[in-house]
Design a binder for this molecule. Structure first.
Ligand code: NDP
Length: 682
């Protein structure tokens, strides 16, 4: 069998030796061979920087997002193949959905969030411009631009599809090329994934490369512009973090390591309550999905001391129903571990845990009762539940058996439960299963410092809950301390991880030119053609319409109050309004001001403006009294063409002033505007 090829330098490269064998986790048969002999890692990084980076940086955020969406659809069409290969790595159909569909889901989510939350440009202005001088001629603006290096990802064996994709998505949106190094045991699955990516022809050359085999001297070639993201053991994370080149070049490093996640059952749960059942079911799921080889799995289950017998018994009864075997068999609900070495590792860790607790279900030294007895040579273990009656002992809070292993322990009260949760030394996720809001509130607040994510599970949210073990692209995945001290995904925050934030200090016009977004104080142009009569392509940031002045009358305020029913005293009762510390008499409604302003800037006939879809950052700054004259200045602030749509978004800066030139209201108006081409096509 030929060894797996690496995709580097723009072509598939075969190693120069025959490599070592990788085996099917159930049958023990050879599945693939692996080696990196003869693969030039420095050249791969160089190719990413020289070819992939510039090609990606040419594209806007929205163009990159559109490519991710196409890639996600392409991969979805080839899911079956990936599921089948996953079975060789020990994954049941449900497990591989977690890995394969989960990974594809991250691509879809990042694609849609990038198009909704990022401008259609190549640079991201973060936050508003900060005024730095009194005259408004000197401002500061944070800008995020893509790093000019390669995002190197070193992945764990347990999620060979989700792992690479959850790191690729934000890097790609940011405009940074990726080099994937999968873990040895399951590299053949990541290899197939990258083959599908390359064959799709969708992504720019150099934006994704694959190094199939060990890292070798890869890290020695990292520069200050490269990034290193790692998932795996805490020991390897330590080694990589302290690598000479990583330290010398201050390479941006993110780690997600093993953690001793907990689940806490609230004191309110009785054996016949919904929460008791949810706790037990979730624990069994977390123990058995991917045969417990999940960085988010529940390793420590804390229960009220008077419930430990009932919980242990209920979990034991459910575990007895788990059917272990070759995952290609549809009757199987838990597959084997990734390989025999991993089984040895689990047995070793279990010995440590047994110094503190005792096994109440499963024995990894006995032959496993398999659905199909033909596979005794596979890396099978039963699910294993331990009970430890002294939660102060160190082992359950320190030893992670990376398999279907959990320890049930008692706690006294909420402080004790929180203290035990923190004993994990930093976790990816913790669950509180309870309907007692006082208990959950205190526990979450007291344990949050040690967790990247916390799930409160009860009868109210259980039907929609995505579960303890599922990292979501919208939310932070990572945790402090033992969990690696990193953060992944978390929506657009994850994209910014791959970018450099630069504080640019300049005059307003320079900032507008740099960001493509109108900055207050920079030039406006009151154009001859009303901006509402311009299609998206014709609009320029800074295009302005000035409407007014218009006098706000007593009658306007009275009519608005009666018409809308908003008869709040400040708009209707002169004496009461005067008694208010902020007003000198009856004031116009803020909404009346906004409505009148719309009447002043609108161009009413049908045209390219399709809809007003909202206002943002609305502030009423100065009261408007009957008799005041208001004027509105509306300036195109940001024009965002939507990729693959016949319209785009235009954000307008609205400034309503009174006869003294004071701003009475400021806000952004959000509109949808048609592209010219679409009008011609219609
Ligand atoms: P490792 O930390 O040994 O390996 C993870 C990745 O790091 C692999 O791609 C591995 O490559 C690579 N790697 C290892 N050493 C180096 C190095 N010196 N330089 C560069 N890359 C390196 O974890 P394992 O996958 O072997 O799993 C061991 C334990 O880690 C498990 O038993 C479990 O406790 C924990 N783990 C935690 C995970 C999590 O998600 N937090 C996931 C998986 C495991 P290669 O395979 O080529 O050696």
């Amino acid at each position: 069998m030929e060894p797996l090829r690496s995709y580097v330098g723009g072509r598939w490269q075969l190693p120069t030796d025959e490599g070592s064998a990788l085996y099917d986790a159930s049958t023990g048969r050879e599945v693939a061979r692996l080696s990196t002999a003869g693969i030039d890692r420095a050249a791969a990084l160089d190719h990413g920087r020289r070819v992939g980076g510039p090609a990606l940086r040419e594209l806007t955020f929205h163009q990159r997002a559109a490519l991710l969406k196409s890639l996600a659809s392409h991969l979805r069409e080839h899911r079956e193949e990936l599921y089948e290969l996953s079975a060789r790595a020990g994954a049941t159909r449900a497990d591989s959905k977690f890995d394969v569909d989960g990974g594809i889901g991250v691509l879809f989510t990042y694609s849609s969030r990038a198009r909704r939350e990022l401008p259609n440009t190549t640079v991201y202005p973060e936050g508003p411009a900060e005024p730095l001088g009194k005259q408004g001629t000197f401002l500061g603006q944070h800008l995020a631009s893509p790093l000019h290096g390669v995002a190197v990802q070193i992945n764990a064996f347990n999620f060979p599809v989700w792992g690479p994709l959850e790191k690729l998505a934000p890097a790609f949106v940011a405009g940074v090329p990726t080099l994937i190094k999968p873990a040895e045991q399951t590299a053949y699955l990541t290899h197939r994934l990258v083959e599908l990516v390359v064959d799709s022809g969708l992504l720019p050359e150099g934006s994704v490369q694959l190094l199939c085999g060990n890292a070798g001297d890869l890290l020695e070639h990292l520069t200050e512009q490269d990034l290193l993201s790692f998932t795996g053991s805490a020991a390897t994370a330590r080694r990589l973090r302290a690598h000479d080149t990583v330290v010398r070049n201050a390479v941006r490093f993110n780690a997600e390591a093993d953690s001793l996640n907990c689940s806490v059952l609230g004191p309110d749960a009785t054996p016949d309550s919904a929460e008791f059942d949810l706790f037990v079911r979730q624990l069994v799921t977390e123990m058995t999905v991917k045969a417990g080889q999940k960085c988010t799995a529940v390793r420590r289950a804390f229960v009220p001391h008077n419930r430990i017998d009932e919980v242990t018994e209920a979990v034991r009864a459910r575990l007895a129903e788990v059917r272990v075997g070759n995952p290609s068999d549809s009757r199987v609900t838990m597959g084997p571990l990734a390989d025999l070495e991993q089984r040895e590792e689990v047995r070793r860790s279990l010995k440590g845990l047994l110094e503190a607790g005792r096994l109440v279900h499963g024995d990894p030294w006995q032959p496993v009762d398999l659905v199909d007895a033909d596979y005794q040579q596979g890396a099978f273990v039963p699910p294993m539940l331990l009970r430890c009656d002294d939660p102060e002992l160190a082992q359950p809070h320190e030893i992670e058996a990376f398999g279907p292993v959990s320890t049930v322990m008692p706690y006294r009260d909420v402080e004790h439960a929180a203290e035990l949760a923190r004993r994990g030394g930093g976790s990816l996720v913790g669950s509180v299963v309870s309907a007692d809001r006082e208990f959950t509130g205190r526990l979450v607040l007291e344990a949050a410092s040690h967790h990247g994510r916390m799930l409160v599970l009860n009868d109210t949210d259980s039907a929609e809950s995505t579960g303890h073990g599922s990292p979501l692209p919208q939310l932070v995945h990572g945790g402090p301390g033992r969990a690696g001290g990193g953060e992944e995904m978390a929506g657009i925050r994850g994209v910014l991880h791959y970018m450099q934030r630069t504080a640019v200090q300049a005059d307003p016009d320079t900032l507008t030119a740099l960001t493509g977004q109108w900055v207050p104080g920079s030039g406006r142009e009151v154009t001859e053609v009303h901006p509402f009569r311009k299609h998206l392509e014709e609009l320029r940031v800074g295009d302005t319409v000035v409407g007014g002045p218009r006098t706000v009358t007593d009658e306007d305020v009275r009519h608005f109050a009666e018409f809308t029913g908003d008869t709040f005293y400040a708009h209707t009762d002169e004496e009461a309004a005067r008694a208010n510390p902020f007003f000198e008499g009856v004031v116009a409604h803020g909404y009346l001001v906004v409505a009148l302003a719309a009447g002043l800037f609108v161009s009413p006939e049908p045209g390219p403006v399709l809809a007003n879809y909202g206002l943002e950052n609305l502030r009423f700054l100065t009261p408007v009294y009957p008799g005041d004259e208001i004027t509105v200045t509306l300036t195109a602030k940001r024009v965002t063409p939507r990729h693959n749509a016949d319209h785009g978004e235009v954000r307008w800066d609205a400034d309503v002033t009174n006869q003294h030139g004071e701003s009475v209201a400021k806000y952004d108006v959000l509109t949808l505007v048609a592209k010219r081409d679409s009008a011609e096509q219609r």
